[in-house]
Design a protein around this ligand. Structure first.
Ligand code: FES
Length: 108
């Protein structure tokens, strides 16, 4: 496991997130008040693209069926909003980040 450079801090504006592909993994990095967090980008329900979801505070809502995840921990907060079905979903994998000057590095 080693840290590899993903992007520059300026690539992720305050209160937003961006998707990156590193070593075959899709990762979404969020910028919350100048702190950066990385989790797996594909929703654990049916691979929805979380980077295209809505980020409110530290919660991202999947654009496909509305599952919610905490971007700071990867924890699944609620499952998909599908009528009459209550589906439990897995947490997202969380990745460790390191800031080096203007660069964001990720541990893979
Ligand atoms: S794919 Fe994300 S909620 Fe279904």
């Amino acid at each position: 496991m080693e840290f590899v450079k993903v992007c520059k801090k300026s690539d992720i504006k305050l209160g937003t997130m961006n998707k990156f592909e590193i070593n075959g993994k899709e990762i979404v990095i969020s910028n919350l008040a100048g702190k950066y967090f990385a989790i797996n980008n594909k929703c654990t329900h049916m691979n929805g693209d979380l980077s295209k979801g809505k980020l409110e505070g530290n919660i991202v809502t999947c654009p496909k069926h509305g599952s919610k995840f905490d971007v700071t921990t990867g924890k699944a907060i609620s499952g998909p909003k599908i009528p009459l079905l209550k589906i439990k979903i897995k947490d997202e994998e969380k990745y460790e980040l390191k800031i080096q000057g203007e660069d964001i590095l990720i541990k893979l």
